[in-house]
Design a protein around this ligand. Structure first.
Ligand code: ADP
Ligand code: MG
Length: 234
């Protein structure tokens, strides 16, 4: 059985602004298997967020190949890219990115409303399951401003997992949280991983990186270290 979820081959990303060309990513090649929990670390500006945006189909590479679930997604039309992103990718941001006018339930449901393969009953069911998983079902009618940062990030995690994506991408998910709330969000990611989720997380926090099973270090747009950590049964 083919266990590979993601293959990147010689991926490059160059940002052109006025006269300046920034080589954000130079020649990235890597594979991510189903069920892996990968962390990506490296100094500010080394290309971590750019890499995550490419993985999440939020942006396209300047050159190179990206295969997701055996499909070449490097050069597909924008509409198709959006459809695959909606169905296969769950994104968690540092700043939660919840919509303040929508309550918790509506925030989690929002990305599902773009899915033509789901009807309203199915959407409601997925929202319910996701909120239960992050232990926020009791806050479903609250608005983001009524929640703590940790609770908001748990809602954002629910929004990311509700559509049952193939991979969960997280860009500094604990960057805006105090230690206690950060721990709770990391515990939640551990639980989702134990239940089978594939996770790729950008972090500059060594303690968060310790939670992952595979640590990738990026420097100047290149992978400089890629280590799989063997863990005993906990
Ligand atoms: P990190 O997340 O590791 O801090 P980024 O991926 O955000 O790094 O940025 C990598 C490099 O690409 C930086 O030099 C940054 O200034 C540049 N960059 C990122 N996004 C853009 C953009 N949209 N336009 C121009 N340059 C960009
Ligand atoms: Mg970044």
């Amino acid at each position: 059985m083919n266990n590979t979820l993601i293959t990147l081959e010689n991926l490059q990303k160059i940002f052109l602004t006025e006269e300046v060309a920034t080589h954000a990513l130079s020649d990235i090649s890597l594979t991510i298997n189903k069920g892996e929990y990968v962390s990506i670390s490296g100094p500010s500006g080394c290309g971590k967020s750019t890499l995550l945006s490419l993985l999440g189909l939020l942006d396209t590479a300047s050159s190179g190949k990206y295969k997701l679930a055996n499909q070449d997604v490097s050069n597909i039309p924008k509409r198709e890219r959006a459809r695959i992103r909606n169905q296969e990718i769950g994104f968690i941001f540092q700043s939660f990115n919840l919509i303040s006018d929508l309550d918790v339930e509506e925030n989690v449901e929002l990305p599902l409303t773009y899915r033509s393969d789901l009807n309203k009953t199915q959407r409601k069911q997925l929202v319910k399951e996701a909120l239960a998983k992050v232990d926020m079902a009791h806050r479903s009618k609250h608005y983001p401003a009524q929640l703590s940062g940790g609770q908001q990030q748990r809602v954002a995690v629910a929004r990311a997992i509700a559509g049952r994506p193939s991979i969960l991408l997280a860009d500094e998910p604990t960057g805006n949280l105090d230690t206690k709330n950060a721990e709770a969000v990391m515990d939640l990611l551990d639980k989702l991983h134990a239940e089978g989720a594939t996770i790729c997380m950008v972090t500059h926090d060594p303690r968060s990186a310790e939670r992952s099973q595979r640590k990738i270090d990026v420097l100047d747009g290149r992978v400089v270290s890629d280590k799989t950590v063997k863990r005993g049964q906990v």
